[in-house]
Structures are given as C-alpha cells and as structure tokens.
Ligand binder design. Structure first.
Ligand SMILES: [Zn+2]
Length: 484
C-alpha cells in the first residue's frame, strides 16, 4: 500500500540490446525529459557484484543490485550517464534532461469543487447492505473518513449532494455523507422517535445489550480506552426508556450501561466495561431492536487457546508496490505471513489466513474469513511505498478504532527492535481491514519497498523472519499485559 503518491514517473529504457547485456543494467527511475527542479532522482538496478557509477560517481550497490542518487542539474541540457562494470565488461546508458525555468512550469488545474449542492426539497432514502457514513464530503485514496458502517433498512433524510455522495441530516446539529450506491429512495418522512426498554444479558461468549425502537435509526459507534467504554450515538431519538433491565448479575465484560440525551435528537448509549481491554463488539439491528454484542475476554489468554487472523496484503493480479529490483509487495507480504503462521502454530495458536497463495480475495471476503472464524485478534501485513528512494522512512503500525491502539503500540515497539526507523503509529486509519470492531486488529506496513535501503532489508529472508518473530513477540506482549 502507498501512503503517499510516488514522486517520479517510472520510465524504462526502451532500447532492447541486440546481445545479452553484461552486466545487466536497468534504469528504474529516471527524470522526465523536462524538469523544473535543481535535483532529480536516478535509480537503477544491476547485478549485486557489479561496480556502478552515475556521472562518474562511485555508487553503493545494495545486495538487491539497486543503486542511485539525487543528481544536480543545471539550467538547460544535462547529460546523465549510468555505467556498471563487472569482470572487465561494461554497460552504459545515457540520457538527457532539460531543466527549464520554474516560471515556465505548466500550471496544473488544481481547482477542486469542495461544495455540496443543497436540495430545495429534501427526500428520504433507505440504506442498503454494506452502507457506511462519512463525516464529510472529502475523499482520498482510501475514501473519505468513515464514521462507520451502518445496517440496511435505515431511513435517512437527504438534503444535498456532492458527486457520488448524498449529504444526509442525521440530527438537528449533525450532517453526514453516504455513497448513493448504498441507498434507494423511499416515500417516508421519518420523525424523531422515543426509545423503548433496554435489556442487558450474558449470552455465553458475549454480553448483549438490546434497545427497542419503533424503527431502525442511524447510529455511530466509537470507543474509549481509559476506562474502556463503547459509545453508540443514535440519531433521531429521545429518551423514553424507563426500563433498563440487567437480567443477570453475572455479566462477562460489561460493568454497567447508561445513556445521555446529548442533544434534542441524539441519544448516546454508554457501555462501560470491566477491566483494561476490549475484545470486540458488534452493533446492528435484529428487526427494529438495536443489538450490541460485547465479546467477553477469551477464557485463556495463552496463544495455544486463541485463534489469530492473519492477512497478506494484495495477491493475484494485485501486486501492491513493486521495488526497484522487482520485488512484489504481494510476495513479501505472503512470505512474512507464512513465517508468522509457522511461529504462531509452533506456540499452539490456531491461525486463520485470508490467503495462503498468490490469489487476491476482496476486502469483503477477507473480513468474512476473520469474522466467520471468530478470530481473537488479527494482523494484516503490507509493505509501504513512496517518498525518496534515498531515505529510509521506516516501519508503521496502523489502526482505526481507539481500542486497537494498545495492540498497535505493542507491535510498533517490537518492530523497532529490528533496528529500523519509525514512520509512526497511525490512528483513525481508513483501511478496510481495520474497519471491523469484532476483534482487535492492526495493519503493519513493514518497510518502504521504494527505499533502496529498506528494499534491501526486505529482500533478506532473515530480516523477514525477524519481523515475523517480533510480531509474535508483540502479540504475546499484548496478551501478557491483558492477563494482568
Ligand atoms: Zn500494500
């Protein structure tokens, strides 16, 4: 996965040598024919034992064969020569770059229409399966920032439009956006409703909270970690729940429940948990009854008693990032995941993979594998791309929900022990596999494949083994912390 756009267009030298080229030389990144900057990046790949020079300057050739440097260019025509040599043989490739004046740079049309068109006559739609709400009309590679998924058959009032999104009014003081494709029009004009009675019960492996409602309402859930709490805001509801009945004194994880009427038509469900960890929850409707299942902690927090979900990013026709020397992210991800699987199984864990070969299941299929297996926690493995090939941005661990943060921090601490830089711990990350709330989960972006130094680490099987060992150690750290 790329966290940001790759800076340079990848251009390959098109001439095919008539006889086998020795030593091999592939120009991986060369500047555009016309540039407007004083420095351009040149990256090439040769045989690891070859000596390499760019404009006569001696290069460090990584074990992958990748090498390169930022080259200074003067105004006008510049010639860049890349030469490699081995066993008395030489291969040389030359290209020219014209550095034009900055003022002649073509203006990009960067006017973006951020405005939402408001309708004079609002109308109602009903949500379809797979629907989710966004905070705003923004967009990025992973889609606009999600408020969360919501059930089907929820009626929403549409008050505007921005591109493929409807703007909907959830409450007097709350707007949201929803992709049109997850809605269909209905003739209905929903009013604010009164909430009905609550029941709280222990259903075996989870505690269940149910709230009767006269119709399905839109909702948003979020978590807090100190103390552990699940909040669900119900939009279009006022409190009329005179019966909040806890049917047992032996709840597995819920300490108590409560509510706040936080505005005229927003009703907040508060579920306070015992202990310092959450093990997942599910919010949805059964008929018109809002149903929240809060998973109990696993009976044992030993790896041998747990099911761990693993995901190797990309696969099949989706290679993910490709490094200068040609390593494919999908292959590295799978290699690391298979090492992880071995290590976890040696410790007795049951491991569930979203893929164990070079296939590319959809995000929905991957999530279903984890949900069906009721995994206790899950890790998705990717590697990154972007930025300068001569930097080493380092490792990142990403999560969506606050309750996933402790696991993410454990993983980041352990990965840093492999001696790499730290890109960061990234929260509220919009990656699809970080969406599920049913189990703690994190995304690992191992290293940057676009970085020559980090590519070289990733190419080394012993480094990938070390990464896998550290992720297992991190899972163990997390479980140990949670056992205390
Ligand atoms: Zn990826």
């Amino acid at each position: 996965m790329k966290l940001f756009h790759v800076f340079a267009v990848v251009a390959l030298v098109t001439a095919i040598p008539s006889k086998a080229e020795s030593p091999r030389l592939k120009i991986y990144t060369r500047p555009a024919d016309t540039v407007y900057t004083a420095e351009v990046n040149v990256v090439a790949v040769t045989e690891p034992e070859a000596k390499a020079y760019i404009n006569g300057e001696d290069m460090h050739v990584f074990p992958t064969g990748s090498f390169g440097m930022p080259v200074q260019v003067k105004p006008g025509v510049n010639t860049i020569t890349v030469r490699v040599g081995k066993d008395g043989e030489t291969t040389q490739k030359t290209f020219t770059v014209f550095r034009a004046d900055e003022s002649s740079r073509p203006k990009k049309n960067i006017e973006v229409d951020e405005s939402t068109t408001m309708f004079v006559n609002p109308f109602s739609v009903e949500t379809l399966s797979g629907a989710y709400l966004q905070y705003g009309n923004g967009d990025d590679r992973l889609g606009g920032s999600k408020m969360g998924f919501i059930d089907e058959n929820i009626i929403l009032k549409v008050i505007g439009r921005k591109g493929s999104l409807y703007c909907v009014r959830l409450a007097a003081d709350r707007l949201a956006y929803i992709p049109k494709v997850y809605t269909r029009p209905v003739a209905d004009n929903p009013e604010v409703v009164n909430t009905g009675s609550w029941q709280i019960n222990n259903i075996g492996d989870a505690d269940r909270v149910t709230i009767s409602l006269p119709r399905r309402l839109a909702y948003q859930y979020f978590t807090d970690i100190d103390p552990q709490t699940i909040y669900i805001d119900l939009f279009g509801a006022t409190d009329n729940s005179n019966w909040m009945t806890q049917r047992t004194l032996d709840l597995g994880i819920i300490d108590y429940v409560d509510f706040r009427q936080i505005s005229d038509d927003v009703y907040r469900v508060i579920i306070r948990l015992k202990g310092k960890y959450q093990w997942g929850f599910h919010v949805g409707y059964e008929g018109k009854v809002l149903t929240v299942d809060v998973r109990h902690a696993p009976r044992s927090l030993k790896l041998k008693d747990l099911t761990i979900g693993l995901d190797a990013g990309h696969g099949g026709k989706y290679p993910g990032a490709i490094s200068p020397s040609g390593l494919k992210e999908k292959d590295l991800n799978l290699d690391i995941v298979l090492r992880l699987k071995d290590l976890l199984e040696k410790r007795g864990a049951k491991v569930v993979l979203t893929r164990d070969s070079d296939i590319g299941p959809s995000m929905a299929e991957r999530k279903k594998v984890w949900r069906d297996a009721k995994v206790d926690l899950a890790v998705s493995v990717h590697n990154n791309s972007g930025g300068s090939p001569f930097s080493a941005p380092g490792t990142a661990v990403l999560y969506k929900h606050l309750f996933d943060r402790m696991l993410a921090e454990c993983v980041a601490r352990r990965l840093l022990q492999t001696g790499v830089n730290f890109f960061g711990l990234v929260g509220n990350f919009n990656f699809s596999l970080n969406g599920p709330t049913e189990f703690p989960n994190v995304l690992v972006e191992g290293l940057f494949m676009s970085s020559l130094e980090e590519e070289s680490r990733l190419a080394d099987p012993s480094y990938r083994q070390l990464m896998a060992e550290k992720i297992v150690a991190a899972i163990t750290d997390y479980l140990n912390q949670a056992s205390k």
